[in-house]
Design a protein. Structure first.
Length: 259
């Protein structure tokens, strides 16, 4: 997951509004979002190489999402998959504070990451790079491959677009997906320097990445209303950036199916 914008407790109808793009190598095998057979309470896409996920929700009201922290690659011993951190929270029963304590003990074993996780009591954020924010305050927020609310151009533009949509009485998932679909690159002078070179910074700068062997693989929208009803839509893309899948799930607390 490389771009997440979300609004917490700012809309009269929705407790949480979230829109996210997952960027990944096209060769990495992935299963589209579904309820998992081995963990039926989890709704998420799945990384078929390591078994984890980048974003998911549960029928018990839990949610978690992760992005990598971008920095110059370092060779060495292979590290555990960061997608397992999302699964650990979704499948477990720990409170946010308890899981944060686990991250403080174990988080340094992983490559750089940002993790958003929570339930109907609120959201927390933790990163193993830089300082961590224990609890996320109400309002709109954005996250890419640096720390929470770092104003990279793609984060700022997506966050502004989200805030425009929040002014409406209702929010259409298609409007959020359209926001995520912008492939426009930003001027070099606005781009961060994360140690990967200006050419790659430029390729990775859009909200929707269209690289040769790496790009946006899926866009996801999650709406959770004040009664705990969830709308989850995922749109998938192939290596030509054409739509290759679109799934929509609507359910209430306990997975009661909604029309």
């Amino acid at each position: 997951m490389c771009l997440i914008v979300f609004a917490l407790d700012t809309h009269p109808r929705y407790r949480l509004v979230l829109a996210a793009n997952r960027d990944e190598y096209f060769r990495r095998p992935t299963a589209p979002a579904a309820f998992w057979q081995d963990a039926p309470q989890i709704l998420a896409g799945r990384d078929m190489e390591a078994g984890g996920t980048w974003l998911g929700v549960t029928t018990t009201g839990r949610i978690a999402a992760i992005t990598n922290y971008r920095q110059r690659p370092v060779s060495g011993t292979p590290l555990p998959s960061r997608g397992g951190l999302v699964v650990a929270f979704l499948s477990g029963g720990m409170t946010r504070d308890e899981y944060r304590q686990v991250l403080e003990r174990e988080g340094r074993r992983y490559g750089g990451f940002n993790l958003i996780f929570g339930d109907d009591s609120g959201l927390s954020y933790w990163s193993n790079r830089g300082s961590a924010v224990a609890r996320i305050s109400p309002g709109s927020h954005g996250l890419s491959n640096h720390l929470l609310d770092t104003p990279w151009p793609k984060v700022a533009v997506a966050r502004e677009g989200l805030e425009r949509l929040l002014r409406g009485a209702d929010i259409a998932p298609e409007a959020l997906l359209s926001l995520l679909a912008d492939p426009g690159q930003f001027p070099d002078e606005l781009l961060p320097d994360t140690g990967i070179g200006s050419d790659l910074e430029r390729v990775l700068s859009p909200l929707f990445i269209t690289g040769v062997d790496y790009g946006t693989r899926s866009s996801t929208v999650i709406l959770i209303d004040r009664d705990g009803h969830v709308t989850f839509q995922e749109r998938s893309f192939d290596d030509t950036q054409s739509v290759c899948g679109n799934v929509i799930f609507r359910f209430g607390p306990g997975r009661d199916t909604l029309p």
